[in-house]
Design a binder for this molecule. Structure first.
Ligand SMILES: [Mg+2]
Length: 459
């Protein structure tokens, strides 16, 4: 445990939606929902204006549309988010070399390792936070962040929650337990809905309850490792280091045999079982994988690896198994197999993947054998006729299969030879509607074109 609040956690507010509002002046102050565009898609980020209607991350798109039908539903512009993320991470790395990104919009910073002396008193930290927020706004063109500072990662992250949105919270050393005690036990990492319910059944609702309960009683319900971990966190005992580049790059399961296996059916059964284990670990980590790899060591220790990359991420056991089994068939197994392994790489966050999966039809064509992993559901396009909408300020959403394949996802950046830069307001029925505005213009006009108009192109 640190004796000073030297772990800082920064989280950009409604990040993807804020980038969209920054670049689309007509959407500022309005409900914006990024993701949830496809029929099976989930919401990646809702702007605070949309959250008022109960829309939140990971909500199915159809549910978000029911709660907030007048929102602008956008498919997301990952490149723009990545650029803004990099700008913010650079600001943080200028402060300290120990920056641990948790996602594009969130990171821990170890202030104890800062490049310049940092005053860790409350007034000193207030000053630092003010400077950081101003720098973040300056480099990103106006994005806001919430910041928490505490003596551990856990406390810093809890503090950030208290500061949201666009605020901050500092937990002085020694104040941790008092802060946590009245909070729901769900505030502790590792207490999700399932564990939360198990705890509730033994009378544990708050962190204070968790502090009081005997460790043995806790262990009975949730196991030794988990129980011990939660007990420590309830007392704010968290000495995890801020580690740059902490993220998992791959997941794999291997089996070594004490005899040479030659039977393809037997090997396929093992591969299938390994694939299911890999998929379960992906699901548990809320990750999706784009690359499936098989590793085969033959009698005599020659090792072969084969891999295939998907057009969209997956955590589906059946698909991973099928690809791994296909790859198994590409290796001559006649010498006998001593080891077989199934692995996945190219991992992305479940919520980020929703953005990837809305674009790039060409990538599907390049790998037809795995194209069925790309959601087969059609996209939801935007009504192409602004006059038909009750409110011309926002895209009216209608179901239509053509828009994504036509390459005009809602929200995408475009340029017109005559009208200049804008974004796709909606597409369908052979037409595309564009709002001509950028981050640096006032809200702009909407115009409709044929979707094969040679004067109009994606940027
Ligand atoms: Mg955020």
């Amino acid at each position: 445990m640190r004796s000073q609040p030297s772990v800082l956690h920064l989280d950009l507010d409604a990040f993807f939606a804020s980038v969209e509002q920054r670049d689309k002046p007509s959407l500022r102050g309005k409900p914006v929902i990024v993701g949830g565009v496809g029929a099976r898609g989930v919401v990646s980020t809702a702007s605070y204006e949309a959250r008022v209607f109960g829309v939140h991350s990971a909500m199915p798109g159809h549910e978000a549309r029911r709660r907030c039908p007048h929102a602008a539903f956008l498919s997301g512009r990952f490149d723009a988010y990545r650029v803004a993320s990099r700008q913010v991470m650079t600001v943080l790395r200028d402060l300290s070399p120990l920056v641990e990104p948790l996602s594009l919009d969130e990171a821990f910073v170890d202030l104890a390792a800062a490049r310049r002396p940092v005053d860790l008193s409350v007034p000193g930290l207030e000053r630092l936070i003010g400077e950081l927020k101003a720098e973040v706004a300056a480099v990103t063109g106006g994005l806001t962040a919430s910041i928490g500072v505490g003596s551990s990662k856990f406390i810093a992250k809890v503090a950030t929650e208290l500061g949201k949105p666009d605020g901050h919270h500092i937990v002085p050393a020694g104040g941790e337990v008092a802060l946590l005690s009245p909070m729901s036990a769900r505030v502790i990492p590792g207490v999700g809905p399932v564990t939360g319910e198990k705890l509730r059944r033994i009378g544990v609702e708050t962190v204070a309850d968790l502090q009081r309960i005997a460790l043995d009683d806790l262990v009975q319900v949730i196991g030794r490792a988990h129980g011990t971990g939660l007990k420590a966190l309830a007392f704010a005992e968290d000495d995890r280091a801020v580690e740059p580049e902490r993220e998992a790059k791959s997941i794999s399961v291997e089996d070594t045999f004490d005899r040479d296996l030659v039977d393809l059916a037997e090997l396929a059964t093992i591969v299938d079982r390994d694939a299911h284990q890999v998929a379960a670990r992906l699901t548990a980590a809320r990750l999706l994988a784009r690359t499936v790899t098989i590793k085969i060591r033959l009698h005599g220790f020659v090792t072969h690896t084969r891999s295939r990359t998907l057009t969209g991420g997956t955590d589906r056991a059946a698909l991973i198994s099928r690809i791994a089994t296909d790859l198994l068939g590409e290796v001559d197994l006649t010498p006998g197999v001593r080891l077989v392994g199934v692995g996945v790489a190219g991992l992305t966050d479940v919520l980020q993947e929703d953005l990837f999966s809305t674009d790039d039809p060409e990538a599907v064509a390049a790998e037809p054998e795995v194209a069925d992993d790309v959601p087969a559901d059609g996209p939801v396009a935007v009504d192409p006729d602004p006059a038909a909408g009750a409110d011309a300020d926002r895209p009216a959403v209608t179901e239509h299969r053509a828009a994504r394949s036509a390459g005009w996802p809602p929200g995408a950046d475009v340029e017109h030879d005559v009208h200049g830069r804008g974004w796709v307001w909606g597409a369908g029925r052979g037409r595309v509607t564009v709002r001509f505005e950028t981050a640096d213009t006032p809200p702009g006009p909407v115009r409709t074109f044929a979707d094969d108009d040679p004067a109009l192109r994606r940027v």
